[in-house]
Write a protein that binds this ligand. Structure first.
Ligand SMILES: [Mg+2]
Length: 304
């Protein structure tokens, strides 16, 4: 257990350790081909979003910022994890906490890490089978994760509740992305509707980040009315109906092109993805931003 703790003291060492032990994010790559295909299909279809496009642009856009057409915006929907706050620092600090909590029980600590990874991996598998409806998505994820890690439902649910729901709460405000509050204030001033669509229950996290009061609706993919993870568009469409905004009038803001961008495209709405500068180009119809200040400038035509 000493070695992981040493690894956790530096970012590079921690990333190496995470990749080695947890194989984080291995479920993402196989969605990419589907993403590109879906964008092409949605772009050709005569949906409401296409009619918003200024005529001088075509599907070979190299700078798709104008696709937002700010005058049409009436609502913003946000993903939570990785979008409204940076996940990297939170995960690193959570790993340190978990290692310290198990310094004298290394095997138990390792089993906990593996169980949490099974839980995340189960979610990625459920994303890929998003066309299959689950009456209780939370239970479906737990069941799949239990099959993978060998724990029973109650034990794994307790670990998830402790290490993924409760423990990170006091870290979220510090990890909140710069410019989030300013953008939310701006949206309120302009009368735009605001909502959050998250894979997991989001109310407590938003309260911990002190921004819950801004949102007209906070929706979770695990809600019985949805029961599907992104990139299935049902969550976005349900969220839009709750705030009374059409897909052509809304922008979805996320952090994963292959998940958030895909869901937005299937719902017929534009999407902005927050990513580090130089992260690479995404398919058309996807705006890549590096800060929320940049998004605010886009949405106001440079007025802020
Ligand atoms: Mg996210």
């Amino acid at each position: 257990m000493v070695l992981p703790f040493i690894f956790s003291r530096s970012k590079k060492g921690l990333n190496f350790f995470l990749c080695l032990l947890l194989r984080i994010d291995t479920g993402r790559s196989n969605l990419t081909a589907l993403t590109v295909k879906s964008f092409q299909i949605s772009y050709k279809s005569p949906d409401v979003r296409a009619e918003c496009l200024p005529k001088r642009y075509n599907r070979n856009l190299s700078l798709p910022l104008e696709i937002l057409y700010p005058a049409r915006i009436r609502g913003l929907v946000f993903d939570l994890d990785g979008t409204l706050y940076a996940q990297g620092p939170v995960r690193r600090q959570m790993l340190q906490r978990l290692l310290l909590a198990h310094w004298n029980r290394p095997l138990e600590g390792f089993r906990t890490l593996r169980a949490l990874q099974s839980y995340r991996r189960a979610q990625e598998h459920l994303r890929e089978s998003a066309d299959v409806a689950h009456p209780d998505l939370a239970v479906a994820q737990l069941t799949a994760a239990c099959r993978d890690c060998g724990l029973d439902h109650q034990t794994l649910a307790g670990l998830v509740e402790h290490w993924m729901d409760r423990q990170p709460l006091d870290l979220l405000t510090a990890a909140r992305r710069e410019g989030v509050v300013e953008l939310l204030d701006l949206a309120r001033q302009r009368g735009w509707k605001l909502a959050v669509l998250s894979d997991y229950p989001a109310d407590e996290k938003l309260e911990a980040m002190r921004i819950r009061r801004y949102f007209d609706a906070v929706v979770c993919a695990q809600d019985p009315a949805i029961g599907r993870f992104k990139p299935d568009p049902r969550g976005l469409l349900e969220t839009l109906s709750r705030i009374g905004v059409t897909p052509g009038e809304a922008l979805y803001v996320g952090d994963r092109a292959e998940v958030d961008g895909e869901a937005a495209a299937r719902a017929g709405m534009s999407c902005a993805v927050i990513a580090a500068p130089g992260a690479g180009k995404h398919p058309e119809n996807l705006v890549t931003i590096s800060t929320f200040g940049q998004l605010a400038r886009i949405l106001t035509g440079g007025a802020v």
